[in-house]
Write a protein that binds this ligand. Sequence first.
Ligand code: B4P
Length: 190
Amino acid sequence: MLNLVLFGPPGAGKGTQSQKLIDKYGLIHLSTGDLLRGEISQGTELGLEAKKLMDEGLLVPDAVVIGMISNKLDANKDAKGFIFDGFPRTVAQAEALDTLLESKSSAISGMVALEVDDDELERRLLLRGKDSGRPDDADPAIIRKRIKEYNDKTTPVAGYYKNQDKFTSINGIGSIDEIFSAIVAVIEKY
Ligand code: B4P
C-alpha cells in the first residue's frame, strides 16, 4: 500500500501535484483543505467554525481534522493507498495518523516536501486568489499569516518523519511536470 504525505507551505503545489499523482497511481486523495471547504459550502456547523479560522489564515483544531481523516480512511477500506495533502499539519496530527494507520495494519510510506521561497508562495496564492474566490488567497496579510502558521506549527512535522527516516525534500520551483517527475522518482524508491 502506498501512503504518501505531500508536504510544503501554502501554495507550494501540493494540490496541483496530488491531482497528477492520483492519475498515475490510482490513490485516494485526502486534502483536509478540500474537506473543510466542502463543509463550508454545505453550511455545516463544523464548516461555520472552520471558516472563521481559515479566513484568518489560522489552523483549525487538531481534533476536527483528525476526525475527518479517520472517517475517510474508514470509508475507503479497499483503497490502493492514499495521498495526504495538507495533513498532517501539526506533530499531534502526525502522531494521530500513525495510530490510525497502525490500527489498519498500514503505515506512511514516506513524506515528500516541496521547497518554495516565501516570495514565490505569495505570488502564486495572490494569482490563484483572482480566480478561486478563496478569501484566504485574496489578502497579502492573510497569506503571510498562513506562512507564519506553517513556520511555527507545521515545519516540526518534517522532523517527525526525518526521525523515522521517511523524509525527502525536493525543489518546488520549476515546471509542474519537472516537479512531478522528481516526486515520482522518490516514490519509485519506496
Ligand atoms: P489548503 O487547502 O491545504 O491550502 P493550501 O496549502 O493553500 O493549498 P496548496 O498548497 O494545496 O495549493 P497549491 O500549492 O497546489 O489549506 C487551507 C486552510 O485550511 C489552511 O490555511 C487551514 O486554515 C485549513 N487547514 C487545512 N488542513 C488543515 C490541517 N490539517 N490542520 C489544520 N488546519 C487545516 O496551489 C497554489 C497555487 O500555485 C495554484 O494556483 C497553482 O496553480 C500554483 N502552482 C502550483 N505549482 C506551481 C508551479 N510549479 N509553478 C507555478 N505555480 C504553481
